[in-house]
Design a protein around this ligand. Structure first.
Ligand code: SF4
Length: 626
């Protein structure tokens, strides 16, 4: 409010709205008698000292009637705005709550309605609901609803992509609750701005409908009605029609200025607020694998066991028109084990993690099986409780991990409230305890703070703390340190290691950084163009046999890298999902590719490598060297 009132526009808008509100409250009491008293001796008089803008055909004072009409004009405009906002928000949020078909139908209806001029819609609805105040409120409100719905749909789509929404869903909150607690508060600012401006438009629209006889009916009157009644005399007594018109303009201006001032204030507010090194050197030597091309016992892919926390089989993710960014992924993670998933951006790593957590939204389609803690998550049943208590997610961007408008303690406490049945006080105490467990200093005070009051590293630790509200058996960490500086990166990874060691928690670490994965994981699955192309123990990364893995390893400089020599590079780029070539997807970039590679796609066998020429030597491509 202070920010709004500090600007000239905000101060003028506040003064005008205060004047309008005060007039609406007191006018019927102060000027009501003058507005209603008929005086046959004063019929249709021109402006005078007694009647400043004259009288009507029954001798009633027109200035008094214009002032008294303020209350009805404002009440009807605000009522119509409320109808538009409520219907618009329901239509705007519904597609994110309903299935693809029903949601798509609502979106299509909204899009068609938005294409119609608002005035045409208002006249259509006015004809449907009939003349009178109620009909006009519904007509103007419903005519404004599609615009609000479109705005809300766009805003919801933007917010639902943010990590704190995924975190809330993995915590087991139903969609409607996520919408109320997390989505709506984060789209409130533009909604408030548009609703304020919408009130100004509604006021004008109401005056228009009353002016043409479809709005307020006698004996009631608003500004449009007064203009209608005095239009015939506009050449004799122009003030009789112009003053009510001026009232409409001033009131409409007040709402629009208020909307602009609120928008400016919001804009201001948003401005405040291990083995690898050794093995890599070996791999870099002419790209030659140090080990035999024949698989040995250590290299064989582990067979699934009952001890597995997670088994993924044939995971496929498709998007209409977007191809299949994940094309049949098999993974397993044993109890207490750490599996790293590496690859370049767009390899399908993060989508695989989201699919495991059941966070792929329509229109995305997921096929294959995901068995977590012995339960098939793809069997169509509700597994929110299992996921909320046994799976912890750590996302890449600590800035979007938390709902910015909720205090940190309560965001963590939601898990205990939803799944552990704790009372609010106990849930908050557990949140404080978990913040302390992830080494947040002064956790009780911090629990009362908002996310923007935490540093990036503290937010990431708080995200891990949220995962520890229950008893996770698996942590999925998707690029958990990419957005952090080097010293904080190590602290966060050390914290995850300490938690894993203490509670025997398994880890699925998704990263583009082979070094991070090699330091923190037991095994590595290398993904390329939506498939796992090699799976091996991290200690064997130096003896990787798939050309892509070998180039990934070779491309990471270390302290022994000769910086005067050209760096190793992987030429070309990964294909987009719809453009994955037949045969081996890596063939266009592979130094070993031949006709067979381009025709037949190799599969990941028991030797853990999907390649027709595993382990064959090749010259490592270097930066700037043809
Ligand atoms: S199958 Fe052929 S193109 Fe694909 S990685 Fe192996 S050698 Fe290269």
């Amino acid at each position: 409010m202070r920010a709004i009132l500090k600007t000239p526009m905000g101060a003028i808008a506040a003064a005008l709205l205060t004047l309008l509100a005060a007039t609406a409250v007191v006018a019927p009491t102060v000027w009501g008698a003058a507005a209603e008293t008929m005086d046959t001796s004063q019929m249709l008089t021109l402006p005078s000292a007694k009647h400043w803008i004259g009288t009507d055909q029954l001798g009633r004072d027109l200035l008094a009637r214009t002032i008294v009409a303020t209350r009805l004009a404002l009440v009807l405009a605000l009522a119509a705005t409320a109808v538009g906002v409520v219907v618009g928000m329901v239509l705007g949020v519904a597609p994110s709550l309903l299935g693809r078909r029903l949601g798509g139908l609502i979106t299509a209806v909204v899009n068609i309605a938005v294409a119609f001029p608002g005035l045409l819609l208002a006249l259509f609805f006015a004809a449907v609901f009939g003349v009178g105040q109620v009909g006009a409120v519904l007509a103007i409100g419903l005519a404004g609803a599609p615009g609000f719905a479109r705005l809300v749909q766009t805003l919801v789509a933007g917010v639902t992509r943010r990590d704190f929404i995924a975190a809330a869903r993995i915590a087991g909150q139903p969609k409607w609750l996520v919408s109320i607690r997390h989505v709506l508060p984060n789209i409130a600012e533009p909604i408030v701005v548009n609703a304020t401006m919408g009130a100004g438009s509604a006021l004008l629209a109401f005056a228009g409908l009353s002016f043409i006889g479809l709005g307020v009916q006698p004996p009631a009157y608003d500004w449009g009605r007064l203009m209608n009644e005095n239009l015939e005399r506009v050449y004799l007594n122009p003030l009789a029609a112009l003053v009510p018109g001026l009232a409409v303009v001033v009131a409409g201006l007040a709402f629009n200025l208020a909307g602009e001032a609120i928008a400016a204030a919001f804009r201001l507010d948003t401005t405040r607020p291990r083995a690898l090194s050794r093995s890599k050197a070996q791999a870099r030597q002419a790209g030659a694998p140090a080990s035999s091309p024949q698989p040995d016992a250590d290299r064989l892919r582990d067979a699934p066991t009952d001890e597995d926390v997670l088994q993924v089989r044939g995971l496929e993710i498709t998007f209409p028109g977007g191809g299949s960014p994940v094309r049949g992924v098999d993974l397993r993670v044993g109890r207490g084990e750490a599996l790293g998933v590496v690859g370049e951006s767009g390899a399908g790593k993060s989508l695989t993690g989201l699919a495991i957590a059941q966070l792929i939204e329509s229109p995305g389609e997921v096929r294959g099986s995901v068995v977590f803690m012995g339960q098939d998550l793809t069997d169509g049943r509700d597994h929110r409780r299992l996921l909320g208590t046994s799976l912890a997610l750590v996302f890449q961007d600590p800035n979007s991990t938390f709902n910015p408008v909720r205090r940190m303690g309560w965001q963590l406490a939601e898990v205990a409230l939803t799944h552990q049945g704790l009372a609010r006080r106990a849930a908050f105490s557990r949140a404080v305890d978990r913040l302390g467990a992830v080494r947040i200093p002064a956790p009780r005070q911090r629990a009362h703070q908002y996310p923007h009051e935490f540093s990036g590293g503290m937010r990431q630790r708080a995200m891990i703390g949220m995962g520890l509200m229950a008893q996770p058996t698996l942590i999925i960490a998707d690029e958990p340190t990419t957005a952090l500086d080097m010293t904080v990166q190590r602290q966060v990874l050390d914290l995850i290691d300490a938690i894993r060691e203490r509670d025997d928690v398994a880890l699925l670490l998704i990263s583009h950084d082979v070094t991070v994965v090699s330091e923190r994981c037991d095994r590595v699955a290398v993904m390329y163009a939506g498939k796992v192309v090699e799976e091996l123990a991290t200690r064997d990364l130096g003896q990787a046999r798939h050309p892509y893995t070998r180039l990934l390893v070779a491309a990471v400089p270390d302290l022994r890298t000769d910086l005067t020599a050209p760096l190793a590079v992987i030429p070309g780029h990964q294909p987009d999902p719809p453009e994955v070539p037949p045969g081996c997807a890596f063939a266009p970039r592979c130094p070993l590719a031949d006709a067979r590679c381009r025709a037949d796609e190799p599969t990941l066998g028991s030797d853990g490598v999907a390649c027709w020429h595993p382990g064959e030597p090749f010259p490592v491509p270097q930066e700037g060297v043809e």
